[in-house]
Design a protein around this ligand. Structure first.
Ligand code: FCA
Length: 342
């Protein structure tokens, strides 16, 4: 079930919308629970960037969990903090007992926790860990995310190995790290990658950062184009970034400056937002990606919340997932094994 994200500005409209939402949800699916039995489980799943394949896959796997366990999933998302807060009201009005969220803004954490508490909803955060008022992670809020630093380090090691394999002259080679430091998991990834590249012998003054204003392909394209204008003498770029889209924007910027595909190398993170790129008949500079487990992030989070609601089994406070390196050589096989592609 997919909800449009309501934008509640006027109280009357808001009440009417919530009522119609409740009616809509009450009317769909299973018949009401018999008197005395536990109510049917309903779980909300809010994501910050619903247009991205990564988040669509999280939903797809959460839906699989809903089918397997017989609960109702309410999907909604937007890259907007106000809408995230409004979604909590909508989940409560729809009769949900809890929700999974990848928040558009980690600093909203305390507000989301308060709203969930007030509405009596259980809460599980995915991908982006909440921050408290002191800027530190809210460790008492249940979270499932990636081992970001470690995955970033793997990207750095793989880029260094690829530089050697391709025989790039270190004197003409530089690193482009497409960063989004506002988000802790993103910063840990690029910090991990650049630390390993420096350890592999790239001097610190040849490790350049391209900070994205928005965490998407246009944001990266703009940031990397600016960097390329400032550093015209580099022949080979090693591109890392917060996720696939960050790296893809960098690759598009290199193409815009006529870098040959084999002259540079990019390695992404997610593995789900670069499938079209890997499927292209001609290789680009996008060499591969660390495929994260969309199944763990979608199925497992929804399932953990379901067990918590239904059986009182509290999930661990902090669960971390790992990734698998995919390239043009193995991606079809690995995506099939992980249930992402037929
Ligand atoms: C963050 C990123 C996503 C994905 C996820 C695991 O939310 O923005 O692209 O990498 O972590």
């Amino acid at each position: 079930m997919m909800l449009p994200t309501p934008c509640f500005r006027r109280p009357v409209l808001r009440a009417a919308l919530l009522l119609s939402l409740a009616g809509l949800l009450g009317g769909c699916g299973k018949s009401p629970a018999p008197a005395g039995s536990a109510p049917a489980v309903k779980i909300g799943f809010f994501v910050k960037q619903p247009e991205e394949p990564w988040f669509q896959l999280e939903w797809k796997f959460a839906e699989q969990a809903a089918r397997d366990h017989g609960f109702t999933l309410i999907k909604t998302g937007a890259n907007d903090g106000e809408k995230a807060l409004a979604a909590i009201d909508a989940f409560a009005a729809a009769g949900a007992q809890g929700f999974v969220i990848c928040t558009p803004d980690t600093k909203l954490g305390p507000a989301i926790v308060n709203k969930a508490k007030a509405a009596g909803l259980k809460l599980l955060t995915v991908d982006d860990q909440f921050l408290g008022a002191d800027g530190q992670p809210l460790k008492n809020v249940h979270y499932l995310g990636i081992s970001a630093r470690k995955i970033g380090e793997t990207v750095g090691d793989l880029l260094a190995a690829e530089m050697k394999r391709r025989g790039f002259n270190p004197a003409d080679t530089a690193v482009c790290a497409v960063t989004f430091d506002e988000l802790a998991t993103a910063k840990e990834r690029t910090d991990g990658a650049t630390a390993r590249l420096q350890a592999a012998g790239i001097p610190a003054d040849r490790i350049f950062r391209a900070p994205m204003r928005t965490p998407d392909i246009p944001g990266s394209l703009e940031a990397v184009s600016t960097l390329l204008t400032r550093q015209p003498g580099i022949k080979h770029w090693l591109v890392c970034g917060t996720n696939d889209n960050a790296v893809l924007g960098g690759i598009r910027a290199l193409e815009g400056r006529n870098f040959a595909p084999e002259s540079s190398v990019g390695i992404g993170i997610n593995g789900t937002d670069c499938i079209v790129e890997l499927e292209k008949a001609k290789p680009t500079s996008f060499h591969g990606s660390i495929l994260l487990s969309a199944k763990d992030h979608g199925y497992k989070t929804a399932e953990m919340l379901y067990r918590w609601i239904k059986d009182g089994v509290e999930p661990p406070l902090d669960t971390r997932t790992v990734g698998t390196f995919i390239t043009r050589e193995n991606f079809r096989q690995v995506l099939k094994e992980q249930g992402i592609r037929e």
